[in-house]
Design a protein around this ligand. Structure first.
Ligand code: ATP
Length: 210
């Protein structure tokens, strides 16, 4: 069984299972029933049993699931043993905050390179991450096999920088700028507009909260 054979809906639940199994593992628990797991992760037990059935008969009737073998299985599928490097472009206030954020604590992701146009920080190490001139983007992405970039440049530079990242071969962009960037279909974009999120929340509080 490889990740490609698993239905998308199941694949999306794997990180949820994986995290919880890690917690169980850390507390020394060796087995869990699908009912217990269902309560903990808020997915109904029939769905859990079906999801797990895609991985073969890992559960035993009256015993439940073996935490360690499930965990090992998920590790392979989710590629957790392998560290994924991502890059950040634009080391301003938000960029610094993200460089400081310990993504690695809860995932297999880390920011291994940052890029900027500011001479003051180029070729220095900021928050433990080397900052390269933007002119080296394509080379570094290639060298470090980076497929995902985090975009924290000013909105005015977002499209130009996104184009450069696409030209450098990235497959995904986490876009923190307030503009919607255009990319080819093969590139995935996730937008995180913090101002927008906050305003939406305030709007809902003002208009719909009792
Ligand atoms: P933030 O918006 O994250 O709070 P800021 O207000 O400190 O940041 P911005 O003007 O938004 O600063 O710029 C963010 C960073 O993006 C700066 O470090 C800036 O040098 C960098 N930057 C600007 N243009 C580009 C570009 N074309 N390529 C790479 N980095 C850029």
């Amino acid at each position: 069984m490889t990740a490609e054979n698993i239905p998308r809906a199941t694949a999306k639940r794997l990180p949820i299972y994986y995290r919880y199994l890690n917690i169980l593992h850390d507390t020394g628990k060796q087995r869990i029933s699908s009912t217990e797991l269902a309560e903990a992760v808020q997915v109904d037990s029939a769905t859990i049993r079906r999801d797990f059935s895609y991985f073969g008969a890992l559960g035993k009737r009256g015993y439940g699931y073996d935490v360690d073998s499930l965990l090992n299985f998920f590790k392979q599928i989710l590629n957790q043993e392998h560290l994924t490097n991502v890059a950040l472009i634009g080391v301003g206030n938000l960029g610094h905050a993200l460089l400081n954020f310990n993504f690695h604590k809860d995932s297999n992701v880390r920011i291994s390179a940052a890029f900027d146009t500011n001479d003051q920080i180029i070729n220095t190490v900021e928050d433990g991450v080397p900052v390269y001139p933007i002119s080296e983007l394509a080379d570094q992405l290639h060298e470090q096999q980076i497929q995902v970039v985090i975009l924290t440049v000013p909105s005015s530079a977002a499209q130009e920088v996104a184009d450069a990242a696409v030209a450098g071969g990235v497959k995904g962009i986490l876009n923190f700028t307030s503009i919607r960037i255009s990319v080819p279909d093969k590139v995935l974009v996730q937008n995180v507009d913090l101002t927008n999120e906050l305003q939406t929340l305030i709007y809902f509080i003002d208009n719909f909260s009792k």
